[in-house]
Write a new protein. Structure first.
Length: 210
């Protein structure tokens, strides 16, 4: 009698569980065996994900750069120019010098008787006397003359100047990124059919009596 009652209770519980499973599968398709159908509602869930990013920072950096500046400096340079000079040149030239002298000449017929030989007359006689005389001439002759002249010379002077440049420096940044998704969760209340579901405790109590 007790065994038949226990079997009847077991069959009744199995039938109710199968019916509840079929009802849950027909309602929401949850597929959970031997469980009542629980209403599912959408809920927004926000979680945080750790993301590591590489950020490029533009950092100003001061470096020393070589530049050149132009200066004018006075320098002494030799300059050669031609100067025309008149140079005296003296040469000895032969010239003929005429000299007139009074020469006594005897007179043949002086009017005296016979040849007295004492009568003379003075007559001019011109003679050409060659002589060496200095003659100076001026000759133009170019002559190079070197002089020191002050001139300005352009030079490039190097100097170090600070220059600010922008340098790209990478760095790692770790931040929390919110991720929002919608999930289906059971309703907060329990349905009435779940409270009236049979438990397996009576079958456990009836078996020791048999």
């Amino acid at each position: 009698m007790h065994r038949m009652l226990s079997r009847a209770l077991v069959l009744s519980a199995a039938t109710i569980g199968l019916t509840a499973a079929q009802t849950a599968s027909a309602c929401h398709g949850c597929g959970k065996p031997a469980a009542p159908c629980v209403p599912m509602v959408p809920q927004t869930v926000t979680s945080y994900c750790t993301v590591t990013e590489t950020v490029i920072d533009r950092v100003p950096v001061t470096v020393m750069k070589t530049t050149f500046r132009t200066e004018q400096v006075p320098v002494e340079v030799p300059v050669t120019r031609c100067v025309v000079e008149e140079i005296p040149v003296t040469k000895m030239v032969t010239r003929v010098h005429k000299v007139t002298e009074m020469v006594a000449k005897p007179v043949k017929r002086c009017g005296h008787h016979g040849h007295c030989g004492g009568c003379v007359t003075m007559v001019p006689v011109t003679r050409c006397i060659p002589e060496k005389v200095p003659v100076t001439k001026y000759v133009k002759k170019p002559r190079p003359v070197t002089e020191m002249v002050t001139r300005l010379k352009t030079i490039r002077v190097p100097e170090q100047v600070p220059v600010t440049v922008t340098k790209c420096v990478p760095r790692q940044v770790v931040r929390q990124v919110p991720v929002t998704r919608t999930v289906m969760v059971p309703a907060v209340y329990a349905p009435a059919s779940y409270a009236a579901a049979p438990q397996a405790a009576p079958s456990g109590q009836a078996s020791p009596q048999g």
